[in-house]
Design a binder for this molecule. Structure first.
Ligand code: ZN
Length: 226
């Protein structure tokens, strides 16, 4: 059951106040973590098929997978990284609790996972890539749009590859997009302030913001180098 937004907001406000006092609980780079850590409700079938397209994103493959086989899922994620780390358009792999894996091909700057339908997305574990600029070894991390998509579709753990960047995140708590947006701004301001104090420049805006975000957003976990 989704709690109402006011109850979620009150709970998260309390967290922000408490956490302001004790904000240095670093969550990045854990030695290991569980891949399947989500309560999946209302598992939904999708009747999409290979070749379906919305004009910018096309479903290129659909195949069966055991959603509860961690090794099988990690193999899919690793295969995706090997293929698309330096791809020049965005690709996505959605692994749904229904036991199906969907490969999607997008364009530079976006891939629309919603093409497989909200029911199939519910609880899904996903990976997508961010294209890397020529001459660079990695692009930036997840965007606020990626976080919005995850929270609005109740997604499971989200992975990203961009050159030699390999990041992941998950939401342990529910949030409205307003809360995510407010927390993102606070985290970004903190990043800017730190750079100002140290007389340094922001290198990767999204990555640096994500590293601070857990201080302002209860239950947000960001992982680097999965
Ligand atoms: Zn993205």
């Amino acid at each position: 059951m989704k709690r109402n937004d006011a109850a979620i907001a009150a709970d998260n406000e309390k967290f922000t106040q408490e956490n302001a006092i004790n904000s240095e609980n670093i969550l990045t780079n854990p030695d290991k973590y569980d891949i399947i850590n989500i309560e999946v409700q209302n598992i939904g079938e999708s009747n999409v098929k290979i070749g379906d397209t919305d004009g910018t994103t096309t479903i290129t493959d659909i195949r069966p997978i055991d959603f509860y086989d961690e090794a099988a899922i990690m193999k899919e994620i690793e295969d995706f990284c090997a293929k698309y780390a330096y791809a020049d358009v965005e690709y996505a792999l959605e692994i749904a609790p229904t036991g199906k894996a969907y490969n999607l091909t997008g364009i530079k700057g976006e891939v629309h996972s919603e093409i497989i339908g909200n029911d199939a997305l519910n609880g899904s574990i996903s990976i997508h890539n961010h294209p890397v600029e020529i001459g660079k070894n990695k692009g930036d991390s997840f965007s606020i749009k990626d976080l919005r998509f995850a929270t609005e579709n109740n997604l499971g753990k989200q992975y990203l590859v961009s050159g030699n960047r390999r990041d992941a995140f998950e939401f342990i708590n529910e949030h409205t997009f307003d809360e995510i947006s407010t927390a993102w701004k606070k985290a970004y301001n903190k990043v800017s302030e730190n750079h100002w104090n140290n007389e340094t420049e922001i290198a990767f805006e999204q990555e640096e913001t994500l590293r601070e975000l857990h201080k302002y957003l209860k239950g947000f976990k960001f992982y680097e180098n999965f």
